[in-house]
Design a binder for this molecule. Structure first.
Ligand SMILES: [Zn+2]
Ligand SMILES: [Zn+2]
Length: 398
């Protein structure tokens, strides 16, 4: 295989310009008109069939290799977060209140880089590559909308494998990390309402005070997790938003709380749903009150296909060097809508270190921080890796 890393390096100055342009104009959600325009312009002149999605700003760019082979899906997310940037960078966000704080601008530039790289190697490419540029990863389920709009039937054959990269600042630039099985957690939301009876704070026995019930629910849930959930298949329930009362001498009528529920298997996920819907009303009932739980299902567990990930690992080591690739011991409890795609197509998400050399990995501001900064050099590795996966897919035996 030609030296993909060297080829990616030649593209680097253009990718830096593209990434900084995207960074200046971040957009949130499933409709990213400016971002889509920039990406389409960056793909202009390449031998691609472009499918612009209608329900969202998603784009699928199709590259046919000169030789027959499988369909490979490569993905980048393009959306930003409602964060006010505080990095002080010269190319900081010009959209007030929005920032590419999760590195999706790097993902998008890397995938454009891969489209350029692979277009130039088309005569050696076996199979078809679908470049998936998706909106709405940050809570808007952009990948699910793209699946519903026919992502997997873009060309006659369904993709036989799928690959995505997410940058981070907790590992040095260029380190690639992944694992077979769950890579990221599911993320669901529970909204709890406890109905008591308001009254004078000096006479709680004449009222039904929902606040101690709320406190007990928070603690009881934590205990119940340790007794009911398999310790080798963990789950997290965090009540991150608690609201009750107005002042020191009034017992409020209600208390409400919002929790996130995380799991790394569908089995644990269902058990956590059952647990919270059992514990919450039961604790309230023990105090003569009522409580409701509204479950809002979010992203599924992102499960890397073990065989595909073992193969990605080999390709990554061959392309980048053995010392640049690390097997992860455990998943992380963040969530990704890439999980929707991996439910349909065997594939992998790899993490890519992008911590600037002057900062300490793990201590540098993390993803979603208003001070998050990334080492753009990581885009060389990401572009080369995307390219290597697509080139090697054609030669891979299923
Ligand atoms: Zn994010
Ligand atoms: Zn992200």
């Amino acid at each position: 295989m030609p030296d993909l890393r060297a080829s990616a390096e030649r593209l680097f100055p253009d990718l830096v310009d593209l990434r900084r342009l995207l960074h200046r104009f971040p957009e949130q959600g499933n409709h990213l008109p400016e971002t889509r325009r920039i990406v389409l312009e960056a793909l202009e002149g390449l031998p691609l069939d472009i499918v612009a999605h209608e329900t969202t700003s998603g784009i699928v760019a199709v590259l046919e290799g000169d030789h027959p082979g499988p369909v490979t899906l490569l993905r980048a997310d393009m959306d930003a977060l409602p964060v006010t940037e505080a990095t002080g960078l010269g190319f900081a966000s010009r959209h007030d209140g929005f920032m590419h704080a999760c590195g999706h601008d790097l993902h998008t530039a890397m995938l454009v880089g891969a489209a350029r790289l692979l277009s130039s190697m088309r005569s050696d490419l076996a199979g078809t590559v679908l470049f998936m540029f998706q909106p709405g990863e940050e809570g808007f389920a952009g990948a699910r909308f793209m699946l519903e709009e026919g992502l997997l039937s873009t060309v006659t054959d369904r993709p036989s494998s799928a690959f995505a990269i997410h940058v981070n600042t907790w590992t040095p630039t260029g380190m690639v990390l992944h694992r077979g099985g769950p890579q990221l957690a599911s993320a669901d939301e529970a909204r709890v309402t406890i109905r008591g009876k308001g009254g004078h704070a000096s006479a709680p026995y004449l009222a039904y005070d929902p606040i101690p019930v709320a406190a007990e629910i928070v603690l009881a849930t934590q205990t119940a997790i340790t007794r009911r959930i398999n310790v080798f298949d963990p789950g997290v329930i965090t009540f991150a938003h608690v609201v009750a009362g107005t002042t020191h001498n009034v017992i409020p009528e209600t208390a409400s709380m919002v929790a996130t529920i995380r799991a790394v298997s569908e089995d644990s996920r269902e058990q956590l749903h059952a647990l919270i819907t059992r514990v919450v009303p039961s604790i309230a009932a023990a105090h003569g009150m009522e409580a409701e739980v509204e479950l809002n299902l979010g992203y599924p567990v992102t499960v890397n296909d073990p065989d595909h990930t073992a193969w990605v690992d080999t390709v990554a080591r061959d392309t980048l060097g053995n010392d640049r690739v690390v097997w992860m011991n455990s998943p992380i409890m963040a969530a990704e809508d890439w999980g929707y795609v991996l439910r349909e197509v065997p594939g992998t998400m790899s993490f890519l270190g992008a911590c600037p050399p002057e900062l300490e990995p793990g201590r540098a501001p993390g993803l979603h921080s208003d001070r998050a900064v990334f080492d753009e050099e990581a885009m060389i590795i990401g572009t080369a890796l995307h390219g290597a996966i697509a080139m090697a897919s054609g030669k891979r035996r299923a």
